[in-house]
Ligand binder design. Structure first.
Ligand code: CAA
Length: 256
C-alpha cells in the first residue's frame, strides 16, 4: 500500500507514495503502519535528505477508512488507541513536502497538515468531512488548522465539512504553490533538490527552530532560535559554508 523510491538530482530524495487505489488511498491500519515503517526507515537512512509524500492523481487520501472505523466501539478507539503510530509523520526531523493531487479529505488533509510544505495540484480538494459522519477530526485537524489559517476558516472547514479547492487553500495559506496535476510531483522533487543542496544538519536545525514557533510563546521561541543559531557555530558545516562563500566555491557538507 506504500511505495518508497529514490529520486532527485542527487538521488537523495525519498518519494513515498500512498498506493491503495481501490479505496482512494483511504487510511486503514495496515496502510498507516506501512507508512510509519517507511517514514522511520527514511528518517534513519542518512542517504535520504528530504521526503516527498504523495498519492495518486485522483486522491492523496480520502481520509481514515470509514468502513474499518464503522465496526469500532469506544473501547477499541480509546483503550487500544486507534490512531497509534498514525502521527509518525509529525515526528520526522527531515523536511517533508506533501504533493497533493485530488481528494485530501479528513485524515488526508490532516496528513498534509503534518508535512512541512504543501504543494497542490490544480484538482486538489481539502476538507474535514468528519462532522458529516458523526465524528470529529482525530489526526490533528482541529489543532493544526487554526495554527496555519485564520480561526474563521478553521471553524468553517471543521464545522461545515465544506471542501476547499487548491486555489482557495493557497489563498488561505494552507498550500504554498499550485501546479498542473501532472507537473506536481516533479515540482515537489525540484523543491526537495533545492533543500537537499544545503547541509542536512542545518536543514534539520531550521525545521526544529521553525516548528517551535507553533509550540511556544514568542519569547521562548526567540530564545530557542538564538540557542540553535549559536549552536551552528559549533558545526563544521557552518565553517565550511562561510569559507566556501569567501573562497567563491561550492560548499562540501559533511553533516558534522
Ligand atoms: N473510507 C473507506 N472507503 C473509502 C473512503 C474512506 N474514507 N473514501 C472512499 N472510499 C472508497 C469508496 O467506498 C469506494 O469503494 P467501493 O468502490 O468499494 O464502493 C471507493 O473508495 C471509491 O470511492 P467513491 O465511489 O465514493 O468515489 P467518488 O469519486 O464518487 O467520491 C469521495 C470520492 C468524495 C472522496 C468519496 O469517496 C468520499 O466522500 N469519501 C469519504 C471522505 C471522508 O468522509 N473522509 C473522512 C473520513 S473520517 C477521518 O478521516 C477521521 C480522521 O480525522 C482521521
Amino acid at each position: 500500500m506504500i511505495t518508497l523510491s529514490r529520486t532527485g538530482a542527487a538521488e537523495n530524495v525519498a518519494l513515498i507514495t500512498l498506493n491503495r487505489p481501490s479505496a482512494l488511498n483511504a487510511l486503514c491500519r495496515e496502510l498507516m503502519l506501512e507508512l510509519s515503517e517507511n517514514l522511520l526507515k527514511v528518517e534513519k537512512d542518512q542517504s535520504y535528505h528530504v521526503i516527498v509524500l504523495t498519492g495518486s492523481e485522483k486522491a492523496f487520501a480520502a481520509g481514515a477508512d470509514i468502513k474499518e472505523m464503522a465496526k469500532l466501539e469506544f473501547a477499541d478507539v480509546f483503550e487500544n488507541d486507534y490512531f497509534t503510530n498514525w502521527d509518525t509523520l509529525s515526528h520526522i526531523t527531515k523536511p517533508v513536502i506533501a504533493a497533493v493531487n485530488g481528494f485530501a479529505l479528513g485524515g488526508g488533509t490532516e496528513l498534509a497538515l503534518m508535512c512541512d510544505i504543501v504543494y497542490a495540484g490544480e484538482n486538489a480538494i481539502f476538507g474535514q468531512p468528519e462532522i458529516t459522519i458523526g465524528t470529529i477530526p482525530g489526526l490533528g485537524g482541529t489543532q493544526r488548522w487554526p495554527r496555519y489559517v485564520s480561526k474563521s476558516v478553521a471553524m468553517e472547514i471543521c464545522l461545515s465539512g465544506d471542501r476547499l479547492g487548491a486555489q482557495e487553500a493557497k489563498e488561505d495559506g494552507l498550500v504554498s504553490k499550485v501546479f498542473p496535476v501532472q507537473q506536481l510531483v516533479g515540482e515537489a522533487v525540484l523543491l526537495a533538490d533545492r533543500i537537499a543542496k544545503n547541509s542536512p544538519l542545518i536543514v534539520k536545525t531550521v525545521k526544529r527552530s521553525l516548528n517551535s514557533a507553533y509550540q511556544t510563546s514568542l519569547n521562548q521561541g526567540l530564545e530557542m532560535e538564538k540557542q540553535l543559531f549559536q549552536s551552528t557555530f559549533a558545526t563544521n558545516d557552518r565553517r565550511e559554508g562561510m569559507s566556501a562563500f569567501a573562497e567563491k566555491r561550492a560548499p562540501k557538507w559533511t553533516s558534522s
